[in-house]
Design a protein. Structure first.
Length: 384
């Protein structure tokens, strides 16, 4: 899913509504410590992936008029270490200052020869426009796959309900592909909401998967104008449609990825219906630069981190501010998803765009993500 997408295409997003995230996957570490550890998987030490690594684009193809898929390989024919379907890559984007954008892996982790990400071009999107200008043979730099949004670790009989909106299909398609490649037979129902049929990325591939696998049900729904050839659902995805196609809503696990208007309304309806919030999983990427300058708090105050005081003024987010003070806070995605930059807020008040990179327990304990948080008053923070 595109970090650029949010706040450009869906300005109604906020970090106020948080979903429970799957906590069975190990959290990624910071810039230098982050790695996909291959212990026990047969990979030699020199094939482990630490920090930023250069990848080569080996193929590019169009999924829709504004979505391209980029196939990436590691140097020297290194294999791709194991990762979980639904995770993302954080790419370094050429800019005057350090900029990263995160995009979900759209392929199956069962293929260890290459990675693929599918990226929607967004108006004024720094990362997506740069990616869409690249060609086969170009090089990009990325951190290894990370993230908590995955269906791995669930009981094999659990019914997975995937709810995708637009480019939000990418991590869910990865989960679906992985299940098929592994021969897993748990029931999967995929709802894919888009404006037109042309916006349904991977549509034909998903149709073929559903045709060949009885445990997979695919339900696309279009909200825009459609011609007479469209025989699928029309309108907006709602609770009634879910009830019609999912036998037992309360026993299913729901995975949301898409515009906040879609995921928030459906999740609230599911909770009202009796679905426990622990059965709802969601992911959203947030670009720190996407909030308007006038909406940022501008204050002069004191920030205390681990017992040391720092004078704060201006409009830098907390991660940028502490970097300017040469304070080492681990980070990876800079999009509020990986959780590497979290600190505990002992006192004070912040403006936070997202809590997606925090578990439910961490939210209750007042952890915040420094890459998408700004101080609104004096803060006392703890990173240890």
């Amino acid at each position: 899913m595109n970090a650029d997408l949010y706040f450009y295409a869906f300005k109604f997003m906020s970090g106020a509504f948080a979903f429970t995230l799957l906590t069975l996957v190990l959290r990624s570490f910071g810039e230098e410590k982050q790695a996909i550890d291959s212990d026990g998987d047969g990979y030699p030490d020199d094939e482990r992936w630490f920090g930023l690594e250069e990848l080569e684009i080996i193929d590019i193809y169009e999924e829709t008029s504004d979505i391209k898929t980029f196939k990436l390989k590691r140097a020297q024919k290194k294999q791709i270490p194991k990762y979980a379907p639904g995770q993302f890559l954080s790419f370094e984007i050429p800019s005057e200052k350090k900029v990263f954008r995160s995009y979900s892996v759209s392929g199956s982790p069962e293929n260890n020869n290459y990675l693929q990400v599918s990226i929607k071009k967004i108006t004024d999107g720094l990362g997506s426009n740069w990616f869409h200008s690249l060609k086969v043979g170009d090089k990009v730099k990325a951190h290894p796959p990370s993230g908590l949004f995955t269906d791995q670790g669930l009981a094999p009989e659990v019914h997975r309900v995937f709810i995708a909106g637009g480019i939000g299909i990418t991590p869910l398609f990865s989960m679906l592909r992985a299940a098929i490649d592994r021969g897993e037979k748990h029931p999967v129902t995929l709802f894919f909401a888009a404006k037109t049929k042309r916006d349904l990325a991977f549509h034909n591939q998903i149709l073929e998967i559903a045709k060949r696998n009885k445990n997979v049900t695919y339900i696309p729904i279009l909200s825009g104008e459609v011609d007479s050839s469209w025989t699928g659902l029309r309108g907006r995805l709602n609770l009634e449609i879910l009830q019609e196609h999912v036998p037992d809503l309360r026993a299913a696990k729901f995975f949301f990825c898409g515009p906040k208007l879609l995921t928030k309304s459906i999740s609230e309806n599911l909770i009202e219906f009796g679905v426990h919030e622990d059965n709802l999983y969601s992911e959203e990427f947030v670009s720190p630069t996407s909030i308007s300058e006038e909406d940022l708090p501008q204050i002069e105050t004191i920030l205390n981190l681990d017992g040391s005081d720092y004078e704060y003024s201006g409009k830098l987010n907390l991660l940028e501010f502490f970097e300017s003070k040469e304070v080492d806070i681990p980070f990876a995605c800079r999009s509020g998803v990986c959780g590497a930059c979290k600190v505990k807020c002992l006192s004070g008040e912040v403006l936070s765009l997202s809590e997606s990179g925090l578990t439910k327990d961490e939210q209750r304990q007042n952890y915040i993500l420094t890459c998408v948080s700004w101080p609104k008053k004096r803060l006392e923070l703890e990173s240890k």
